[in-house]
Write a protein that binds this ligand. Structure first.
Ligand code: PLP
Length: 531
């Protein structure tokens, strides 16, 4: 290395902030391209539901112009109900050759024939919604949008045992907002208090480690550590920590980030057993990668009354810029029960807090408290996700539900799997994948690479003599490759997280090759020093 960098200064940085420093280094040379596998942002996206969105937008604009007398003046009116369906059907017929239009026609009949919804009212909701001409109402989620996303979630989360009437949704600005709202409302409603213990399934998406320790929350974190030797599943002994009644909540990402595996059936059973004994345990499951897994079952399906589900459309549909997420709770849930059992004094304070929005604040459901708290209660009437966002969300969900052969899913899986293979092949390792893996990310374990490429002694030497952060900086500097440190996600071993979602196959091959080259150089150094 040319210039000495003090790696200790980066010790407390979140991996996502450290990444910016790595990017700077990786971009510092003009003779090569940077390979940034640091971010989880996918480089693929679903095109059909977007085509449908824009075509629907054009139809909605026509409707608006038609309803106002000052035609062609750049002013439209609110869409008119009578005759809407007929005009929509004419639009579909006239523009059938235009990409996106047949999708709209199919969606229209799908929600009627398969979901049993009133197609005329649905059409009115999506036409008004896409124009964004009214405040979102109901504020938690538009009526038909909620029904459709419910069906989508129950299907995708393996929760077919639940019915749409059993659950409530709150549409949010991505999973990010969902997380923020849940943390905040749990605190405001004293479901978690300063000093409480919360369990966190590790390794995990960094914010789940960082938020609880903020001054706002001051929670005590108990890690439930997955075992790399058993395909990153949680050992029973770790899960049994949840039996400790002082643990208020369990926060988990499933399939995990970064190991990218779903919880296996055995562990799901153990968690169900624990919840039988600990009926007061609140579970927050972030299942944004659930749609990538085969036969996925969310904890929302296993322990519905205890679980808050967070889902996002960002990853699967390549829609990070859209900001589309959702929070789900069951109508019969322990959150509402715990709230009714709070000390009288606390309940009085809460009743006052929510008294401006309902006449019987003590009956306000947790999910509606989330909505109110998201806009500082006083702005509850203008809360909710923007209506065009909700319409795009609906079209994304419908595209998956109407895809009978699961062709989009199959395509994404094969793309990601090929990238994973290319990376490890060029690194010189065989990567065995298991059925629980979704391979959205891969964790490259330093010790394992050194041992498999050379031997155990070399692996020990590397661990003792090389700082893992330094290795990440070297690979950024010398090969232009950006990876994130596993440590920031509470991975116990020195490792790097590579996203398999945001570069192309040949670039993953190049990442594998440059890591291999670095290993060879270190091995040469080790040999000269250990003659
Ligand atoms: C990417 C990611 C999110 C963020 O989702 P957005 O919808 O883009 O805000 C949330 N949770 C996990 C585990 C993620 O990996």
């Amino acid at each position: 290395m040319k210039n000495k960098i003090d790696y200790a200064q980066y010790a407390n940085l979140s991996p996502f902030e450290l990444k910016d420093n790595l990017i700077k280094l990786a971009q510092s040379r003009t003779d090569r391209v940077m390979l940034n596998a640091g971010r989880g942002n996918p480089n693929f996206l679903a095109t059909w539901p977007r085509q449908a969105f824009f075509q629907l937008g054009l139809f909605a604009i026509q409707e608006s112009e038609m309803s106002f007398s000052y035609m062609n003046e750049g002013i439209g009116g609110l869409p008119i109900k009578p005759g809407l369906t007929g005009r929509f059907e004419d639009f579909i017929r006239c523009h059938y050759a235009t990409p996106g239009v047949p999708f709209l026609g199919k969606a229209f009949s799908y929600i009627r024939d398969q979901l049993g919804l009133d197609e005329n009212a649905f059409l009115q909701e999506i036409v008004e919604g896409i124009l964004g001409c009214n405040y979102p109402y109901p504020d938690r989620m538009l009526r038909f949008s909620e029904e459709i996303i419910k069906s989508y979630l129950l299907q995708q989360m393996g929760a077919q045992a639940l019915n749409c009437e059993d659950i409530d949704l709150f549409a949010t600005e991505g999973g990010t907002a969902a997380m923020t709202y849940v943390f905040n409302s749990m605190k405001e409603n004293e479901l978690i208090r300063q000093g409480d213990k919360i369990a966190i399934g590790a390794p995990i998406f960094t914010p789940y480690l960082e938020i609880p320790s903020l001054n706002d929350y001051q929670l005590v974190e108990v890690l439930i550590n997955a075992d790399p030797e058993s395909g990153w599943q949680y050992p029973e002994s770790e899960l049994r920590k949840l039996e400790d009644p002082s643990i208020k909540a369990f926060y988990i990402v499933n399939p995990s980030n970064p190991p990218s595996v779903k919880i296996d059936d055995k562990s799901l059973k153990i968690i169900a057993d624990i919840v039988e004994k600990r009926s007061d345990l609140i579970i927050l499951t972030d299942d944004v990668y659930g749609t990538f897994a085969d036969n996925f079952q969310s904890l929302f399906a296993i322990c519905p009354q205890n679980t808050i589900l967070v889902y996002s459309f960002s990853k699967y549909f390549g829609a990070t810029g859209w900001r589309l997420g959702v929070i789900a709770t069951t109508r019969d849930n322990i959150l509402d029960k715990i709230i009714t059992e709070l000390p009288k004094k606390t309940k009085q304070i809460l009743n006052k807090r929510y008294s401006s929005i309902v006449t019987e604040p003590e009956k306000l459901k947790f999910i509606d408290r989330l909505v109110a708290d998201s806009r500082a209660v006083a702005l509850n009437h203008t809360s909710g996700l923007s209506t065009p966002q909700q319409i795009q969300m609906v079209l994304f969900a419908l595209s998956e539900m109407m895809d009978a052969d699961q062709s989009y899913k199959a395509m994404l899986k094969s793309v990601i799997r090929r990238r994973d293979k290319a990376l490890y092949r060029h690194l010189g390792l065989t990567n065995h994948t298991d059925e629980n893996s979704v391979e959205y990310y891969t964790l490259i374990d330093l010790e394992k690479i050194c041992r498999e490429l050379y031997d155990d002694k070399f692996a020990q030497w590397i661990l003792k003599n090389k700082n893992p952060t330094e290795l990440l900086f070297r690979i950024a500097d010398e090969a232009g490759v950006v990876l994130l440190p596993g440590k920031g996600f509470a991975v116990q071993h020195p490792s790097a997280r590579a996203s398999l979602a945001n570069l192309n196959e040949y670039q993953y091959a190049a990442i594998g090759s440059s890591m291999r080259k670095l290993a060879e150089e270190y091995y040469a150094e080790y040999k000269t020093k250990n003659k």
